[in-house]
Design a protein around this ligand. Structure first.
Ligand SMILES: Cc1cc2nc3c(=O)[nH]c(=O)nc-3n(C[C@H](O)[C@H](O)[C@H](O)COP(=O)(O)O)c2cc1C
Length: 279
């Protein structure tokens, strides 16, 4: 719900086309139609409130969206809206919302049949105890359950899990790039400190770095002369040891040995559940 204040006093409208569009500074964009009282108010005062409705506010949203401020002083309707005072703007805020953001207008642009208004957030408060109201295909919904991510679960030993947890540095997902080289039902590995830690050659590119280029550079560094195919294979895994887990993404490329040496170490696929998941 967008709150504003104009010549006729404060007003509220329902708006679904609203989203955060920048972190630093925090900017919120909203798209409002030209006939709305809200747009006129914002053009005049260059400020507005964004009030993210909670699940108990379908009536408020329906009224805010069903009538214009030109038709009715919506905020004065008996026993519907409870207002709270803003700290940095003159328009009021709506109580009972999940988020109340006070915004100063930084940009306005007509786009198609709506007008984009962008506000810089100058004050914000949120109530974690409230759940946001969802509007979809003209109906109201609550937040559903979280959707389990489609990842393959792999049971690994404690050492392997600890190894990836250490690399993760508490990141939600470790993003690795590796190469799979198969020969006679065996797979090329780089030896770990314990044999249980032997893994396919893999590395972790820094963010933004091209994954295949990084892999090729890494292989050169460890003196593996491989030909690397260019079709990426994506494996999204959850490594598990009891209740302990770590999410790991592997971008994999198939590879071939250019010139065999005696240096390569090969491992049978049955030896290691993680490696067998990767091929
Ligand atoms: C759930 C809901 C979402 C809406 N979203 C928008 C929106 O994103 N942009 C818009 O211009 N109007 C939207 N509307 C319609 C306005 O809220 C409506 O035109 C309102 O009467 C405008 O009020 P005002 O003239 O007092 O500003 C929505 C209405 C509802 C019920």
């Amino acid at each position: 719900m967008i709150t504003s204040r104009g010549n006729n006093g404060p007003n509220v409208m329902a708006a679904e086309w609203v989203m955060q569009i920048s972190y630093q500074p925090v900017l919120i964009g909203a798209f409002v139609h030209e006939g709305s009282q809200t747009l006129k108010n914002i053009e005049r005062t260059k400020e507005f409130g964004i009030n993210v409705a909670s699940q108990d506010q379908t009536t408020e949203v329906n009224i805010a969206g069903g009538y214009s401020g030109t038709e009715l002083d919506k905020l004065k309707i008996k026993s519907i809206f409870e207002l709270i005072q803003s700290r940095k703007i003159k328009a009021p805020l709506i109580a009972g919302c999940t988020i109340n953001a006070e915004c100063k207008l930084v940009k306005k642009q007509k786009l198609g049949d709506h007008v984009m208004i962008v506000g810089k957030v100058v004050d914000i408060r949120h109530d974690d105890s409230k759940r946001p109201l969802i509007y979809h295909k003209g109906r109201y919904f609550g937040l559903g359950s979280t959707i389990a991510q489609d990842r393959v679960e792999v049971n690994v030993n404690t050492d392997m899990l600890e190894f990836f947890k250490n690399i993760a540095h508490e990141k939600f997902v470790v993003k690795c790039v590796g190469v799979v080289v198969e020969s006679k039902k065996k797979i090329l590995v780089i030896p770990g400190s314990k044999t249980a830690l032997d893994m396919i050659p893999f590395s972790i590119p820094s963010p933004g770095m091209n994954q295949r280029d990084h892999l090729i550079k890494f292989l050169k560094q460890i003196r593996l002369n491989l030909q690397v195919e260019d079709i990426p294979i994506m494996k999204r895994l959850i490594l598990k040891n009891g209740k302990n887990i770590q999410r790991v993404n592997f971008v994999l490329f198939k590879g071939k040995i250019r010139k065999p040496t005696k240096m390569e170490k090969w491992k049978s696929l049955t030896d290691n559940s993680l490696i067998s998941t990767l091929i």
